[in-house]
Design a protein around this ligand. Sequence first.
Ligand code: PA5
Length: 471
Amino acid sequence: MSNQEIKFYYKNITADAIGPEHGISKSQFEDLARETTPLIAQLNEERKLGKTPYRDLPFIAESLKRVKDLIAEVKDGCENLVVFGIGGSALGNIAVQTALNPYMHNMDDTQRTGPRLFVFDNVDPAQLASFLDWLGDGLDKTIFNVISKSGRTAETAAQFLIIRQLLLDKLGPDGCKKQIITTTDANQGTLRAITDEAGFRSLVVPDGIGGRFSVLSDVGLFSAGMCGVDIDSLLVGARDMDKRVSSEDFYKNPAAINAAINYHFYKRGKKISVMMPYCYALKDMADWYRQLWAESLGKATDLAGNEVFLGPTPVKALGTTDQHSQVQLYREGPNDKLFTFLQVGKFDKDLTISPAPDCASELGFLAGKDLSVLLNSEKKATEYALLESKRPCLTVVFPEVNAYTVGQFIYLFEVTTSFAGALFGINPYDQPAVELGKEATFALMGKPGDEYTEFAKKIRSLTNVDESFLV
Ligand code: PA5
């Protein structure tokens, strides 16, 4: 499958490409190689010691079998698959679906080989109500996959409680049991307790793996496999990338180089990292990356406990759409960004541009060209324009978007995140700052306990509207 390897292209961050003030010189790059090389061995060692269990996900046959067995059991007769989850329990599912199923998957029976997929990663009442109105009496043809590692996340818990009651009311206890599948911790947590008591079928969020690193586990594989994605190839892609990102030769290791470049630019004031796919199917990969990068690298303290308050800000954009929205800023605004384009060689389908009418001969140059050629020319045009403005640009090249290349991409960026964490000297695997908001929600929603009552008062004193500031 070597012709299906994704490639990481980094010439356009060099001083040769964008000049010495903004680009990386040869000697700076050699310094980066020297600084990063020991971290490769360190990460490989940590992996052997079981400290980064996400690295092993593509190799766990038991998980793949569990997912496939369940798919075989429930796919027949399932017209809709609904995922309830948030953050790492949703973004990977959305990204894989957008990448690997056709745009009209949910609308056109002929364009899918499994159920429609709906991922609700919010608690907007109008959104869910609209879906339930559409679903009508289709509850018995719908599987609800409730994904939560902890089981206590308010959004997912609320969705679950609503759907559980609806299923109990409409289909009774047996129907409810049949339509709900949970994905949660194997042994502990609220959702595990509910699952065991109700007898729901369930999948597992593996131990020691944060949501944002979990897409290649049961968390992401179930919805992908149900909806016709070749999950074997997804995992083979990740396994093949594992070899490349384990290489102790810095110059052959795309994750080490990617992290080192990001680290270098962050330290020199380019603290915003823009991922810009030139392919609609990859747009939600940029969203998945945004969480991975932000939650992993945005940290107040380093490994020694010193306050550092660091973290690159990930931004998602889409080519060509955002050329007409963001590129003015990207070129003429502050030179504080590193750009990562995602580029595709061959699209699944292509269209040729038709001839122009006689009255619009100035459009004639487009006629006969494929849309993919236009899209990729626009990528080059934007890259050129950014380089003219001395902005550093990386590109990840996908020969095609398929399960094998997407598996490589996911694994490449997960391991890049580990390298970036090591270079910044922070722990990329926790997310302590997310917890305060979760706890505050519990307090405001009236969770019992004196500490929550006091906490709610404190929150209200800070957040209740002061009319004198309202215009
Ligand atoms: O990446 C993460 O760890 C988070 O985004 C979690 O996935 C998210 O907060 C949801 O948590 P849980 O799966 O416990 O409901």
